[in-house]
Structure formats: structure tokens, C-alpha cells
Design a protein around this ligand. Sequence first.
Ligand SMILES: *[C@@H]1O[C@H](CO)[C@@H](O)[C@H](O)[C@H]1NC(C)=O
Ligand SMILES: *[C@@H]1O[C@H](CO)[C@@H](O)[C@H](O)[C@H]1NC(C)=O
Length: 385
Amino acid sequence: MMSDGYYSSKKTDNVCGQHATRAALSMSRRLRSVMQGLDLKALLFLFVGLPFGICLFYVHGQKVTYFLRPLWESPQKPFHVIPHYYQENVSTETLCELHGWKTREFPRRVYDAVLFSNEVDILMIRWKELYPFITQFVLLESNSTFSGIPKKLAFAENREQFKFVEPRLTYGVIGGRFAKGENPFVEEAYQRIALDHLLRIAGIEDDDLLIMSDVDEIPRADTINLLRWCDDIPSILHLQMRNYLYSFEFPLDDKSWRASVHRYRKGETRYVHYRQTDDLLSDAGWHCSFCFRHIKDFIFKMGAYSHNDRVRFRHFLNPKRIQDIICRGADLFDMLPEEHTFREIIGKMGDIPHSYSAVHLPGFLLENADKYKYLLPGYCLRESD
Ligand SMILES: *[C@@H]1O[C@H](CO)[C@@H](O)[C@H](O)[C@H]1NC(C)=O
Ligand SMILES: *[C@@H]1O[C@H](CO)[C@@H](O)[C@H](O)[C@H]1NC(C)=O
């Protein structure tokens, strides 16, 4: 360009040539300044920023909305937390008195009712923990997951292992409805209603204690002993539990509250898993989520449970990825903590710190540590089968 201009200036028509060059130069300068100005930014935004943003939101959208949760969802009304007193050597009379309750002359009967999916090990630890205080173990299982996927009757297949509860067991099976494209909460509600029927078949009476909790929400034995011996306990009481993820190596927080204990009322008490009252008994047990022995159980649960929409990408179900996440205490669904203040969200972001404490865990777990190693600190590697 420059050399062309140099030679053309030596010709007769150089004026025109010079003029054209100057025009072209100024035009390109103007064009460049326009491009560098607003319009270039707009173009960049349109062709680079926007697709990139959409892509980013597609991958991390849930994170953005979860991070902004404090803006779109207010926290639930705080519970009335009841302090919990317990020490092995202190008598039940003294313990009831400390809670402001009288002691009964004989204990209430206790029903432990669960909807069973496939958590055989956790069920064993739960029933061994509660065994001394339970009148009837009531278990219902379906051949459908809540999300309508056919499943094996895992309890029926493993019933042999649970011989010790047989004289006190009421077991029921219900056929799934396998409704296509239905909200999983409908199948869940359907199974809970069936559990109400099963409880009546099991012979539950007014003022018997009924434990309503998922299999992995395990009340401590002493909690149930206290509640069966003390009079004037609230008619419905939620149980605060320590939350663990994958195993007792990863304590998350102490905010599990869904488990509840009811003084049964015929015609009134319904087996549900949501908030029913303000009363919450502090430090009443353990909630071990995703505490499975096999990687395939993680994969099954990720697809089966009521929030199966969280499996946004196939690679979430990659066994190597899952094993890595378990050992790091990270999130299987790559999501942010479900909290209601920015402080709590930020405080809980990242991996759960490892715990090296195996103090105050279910007794049966420690007595059979060899068999249930994967639930203890230091043994995060799962059987790959
Ligand atoms: C508990 O009671 C037993 C027997 O009464 C006694 O030997 C033991 O020292 C007590 N332990 C504690 C921690 O108070
Ligand atoms: C589920 O169980 C019901 C009742 O026992 C049975 O009729 C149905 O065929 C079963 N379905 C599957 C997919 O196993």
C-alpha cells in the first residue's frame, strides 16, 4: 500500500491517486474507530459473549441460581430447639426431669416404620441400634423407585440377614404404578399412604410412639429410650440429626430435621416426611446420606431418587468421577450448598473437611468395623463391583 502510494505520486494523475489513498486511509481509520467503539463491543458480545454466557449458564446455571437463593427463597421459620440431655450413667428419671417431663410407670410401645429402597447396610445399623426399644419394625418396599424406575425387592432378597427382627417385623410389598413423566413426589406420597395402612396392620395404637424417618436418618437408641419413658413429651417432635455425606468421615452440619417422632393418633397421624411442628429435639441421631458400599448404588440412587433432575450430564454417572468425589467430600451433582444466607453458602462451598473422629457413632458399626469399614474415617475407597 505505502510503496504503491509512493510510486503513484510520481505520475500525472497523482492528485487523484493521493486523494483516493487519503480517502481510503481516513475511511479505514473511521471504520476502525467505529469497530473499536460501541459496535465492536456489541458484535463481540453478540457473537462471542452471548454464546459463551449461554454455554456457561447451561453448565453452571444451577450454581448461579443456588448462589442467589438468599434472594429468591426465604429460610424456613426457625425451630423451637429443645436441649437434649444425655449421659450413659444418668438415670431415666433424672433425664426426663432435666427435660421438664415426668417419668412414666412403664414405657410406651415404639413403632419404627420405613420406606425401603436398597440401603441394606444402613438398615442393619439402624435396626441394631434401635432393637432394644422397638415393639414392631414396619418396612414397606416397592418394585418401583419414586421416579418410576423398576427396582428389585432388596429387602426380600436380603431378609435372611435380618432374622433377629423377624418376630417383631411387619413387612409389606407394594406394586409401583410406573406412571410415565410423573412428578416423583406423587409416587412417594402413594407409597407413604400404603405405609399408613401397614402400620395399622402392625397393630399400632393411640399414644404408641411412631418414628417417621428415612432409613438413613437413624435416631440414637438413647433418644428413643428417653421419649418412650418420659410423659408429656410433645405429640410431634422433629429430631435434629448430624448430617454426614458418603460416610462418617464427612460431617456436613447438624441441620437434618425431617425425622420425627409421633405419639400416634388414629385417624390423625399421617406418615409424611415434611415439617409438621416447631419442636425439634437437639442432637438426636445421625443422617448419613449417600452412604453406600458400592459405586453402582451411587449411580442407582442418583437416577432413582426424587431429585433425579439433578443428573444434568451423563458424565456425572462415571464411576471414576464418583469415586474421586467420594474421597474428596465433594458434591456428586456439582451443586452449591442449599443455604439461605450468602455467609452460609460461601462458608460451605468446596469440599467437606475430613473428620478423623469415630466417637459417638452407632454401636453396631464399631462392633463390626471390619464389615462396614467404608463408613469409617480413612476408608473412602469403594468396592468397584
Ligand atoms: C457409671 O456407673 C458405674 C456403675 O455404677 C460406675 O462404676 C462408673 O464409674 C460410672 N461412670 C461414670 C462416667 O460416671
Ligand atoms: C411390580 O409388582 C406388582 C405387584 O406385585 C406386579 O403386578 C408388577 O408386575 C411388578 N412390576 C415389575 C416391573 O416388576
